[in-house]
Every structure is written in structure tokens, then in C-alpha cells.
Design a protein around this ligand. Structure first.
Ligand code: 5GP
Length: 208
């Protein structure tokens, strides 16, 4: 029986450490695939095309939206971010789990389109801690940091959309918690029952 892969949405406020946690998660796990997003924001030092993001102009991005190429997208602090739908579909059909690391508006769109996905909210230990992390990163101006902190306050209020909340107090602990959630999720009765139902239907078809 081939189980369809899980769509795992890892989301949470900017600066909470989603990228760090996701990279740590992928270092030790060859079973997950990662969906590389598209963005219209400019490349940061050290970022690579096709590794961190697919970098697009605003016009290119708007064309992708129009052509229905994105599973979800959001305008975040004046830039577009979005998930190419094709890779997500193909990966799930192959029975592989696929990860999206996205902000909250995008997660809400995925929830509306694919409520069976697994939604994990990565939360900061506190708002003060989040502000310190954004400042420590040194990649944004003070005005952008304040805008992101304000956004984070609103995003934390959207926690109710998610199935699980993982506090990112320590990266290794957060990774362990996420792995445990995914393992249990594969054993959820609804998912296992679906595979059996499909297999039974195939058997019936063969018998006819
Ligand atoms: P950054 O500019 O720091 O790379 O990303 C800003 C925010 O956009 C982060 O919260 C990041 O998780 C989110 N993000 C990255 N890719 C996507 C995407 O494809 N869709 C959505 N909705 N958000 C994304």
C-alpha cells in the first residue's frame, strides 16, 4: 500500500527561527522534501537562486499568480512570497512528505485548500525574545524590524489555525518535537484507514 505523502506546513512569525529549525530537520532526515518558495524580495548576502528561493521580479511573480502556478502566496512587508504548486503535488503523489516553510497568511490559504495537511506553528518563547533575534540577525533596518515585530504579534493570534504548537526554545528540542509529531501523524487512524480503503477498492476492481 502506498501512502500519499504528507503536506507539512511549518509556519510562525518572522524571526522565530523557522529557517534554522527546518535546516536542522533536513540535516538528519532524508525522507522529507522541501518546497523552495518564490519571492520578489532581493537576495540577501549568502543566499542562492534555487537553494534559498527562486528569485522573481514583481511582474514575473504576478504572472505566476495569474497562471495559477502557486498553491498559496502572500504579500509580506511589500514583497511577494509563494509556493509553486506543481512540485508539491508531484512529491505527494510519490508518497513523500513535503515541507512548506511559510508565513501565516499563506498557511491560512493552504488550510482552506488542503485541510488534511499538517499544520505546525513554531512559536517564540516570548515576544521580547523574538525582537532580540530579529535585531541579532542584523539583516533588516530598525523600521523593518519594528514592522516585523508588529506583524508577529498579529501572527501569534492566528495560532488557532494550527494542529500543533512547537516552542523554539532550543533548535534540537524543536526538531525532536516536530519529528515526533510527523511520526504520530502517519499513524493517525484517518490516514491509515484511507490507505486500507484504497487497497480494498483496488482488490475489488481486480476481482471484477
Ligand atoms: P524572509 O524575507 O525572512 O526570507 O521571509 C519572510 C517571511 O516569508 C518568513 O516568515 C517566511 O517564512 C515567509 N515565506 C517564505 N516563503 C514563503 C512562501 O512561499 N509563502 C508564504 N506565504 N510565506 C513565505
Amino acid at each position: 500500500m502506498i501512502e500519499k505523502g504528507l503536506l507539512i506546513v511549518l509556519s510562525g512569525p518572522s524571526g522565530v527561527g523557522k529557517g534554522t529549525v527546518r535546516k536542522a530537520l533536513f540535516e538528519n532526515n532524508v525522507d522529507y522534501e522541501y518546497s523552495i518558495s518564490m519571492t520578489s524580495r532581493s537576495k540577501r548576502v549568502g543566499e542562492e537562486e534555487g537553494m534559498d528561493y527562486f528569485f522573481k521580479t514583481k511582474e514575473e511573480f504576478e504572472e505566476l499568480i495569474e497562471q495559477g502556478e502557486l498553491l498559496e502566496y502572500a504579500k509580506y512587508v511589500d514583497n511577494y512570497y509563494g509556493t509553486p504548486v506543481k512540485y508539491v503535488r508531484e512529491t505527494m503523489e510519490k508518497g513523500k512528505d513535503i515541507f512548506l516553510e511559510i508565513e501565516v497568511q499563506g498557511a491560512e490559504q493552504v488550510k482552506n485548500k488542503m485541510p488534511e495537511a499538517l499544520f505546525i506553528f513554531l512559536a517564540p518563547p516570548s515576544i521580547v525574545d523574538l525582537e532580540c533575534r530579529l535585531k541579532g540577525r542584523g539583516t533588516e533596518t530598525e523600521a523593518v524590524i519594528q514592522e516585523r515585530v508588529e506583524k508577529a504579534r498579529k501572527e501569534i493570534q492566528m495560532m488557532y489555525l494550527y494542529d500543533y504548537v512547537v516552542v523554539n526554545d532550543e533548535v534540537d528540542l524543536a526538531v525532536d518535537r516536530i519529528n515526533a509529531i510527523i511520526k504520530s501523524e502517519h499513524l493517525r487512524r484517518e490516514r491509515v484507514e484511507m490507505q486500507y480503503r484504497r487497497a480494498l477498492l483496488e482488490l475489488e476492481d481486480d476481482e471484477i
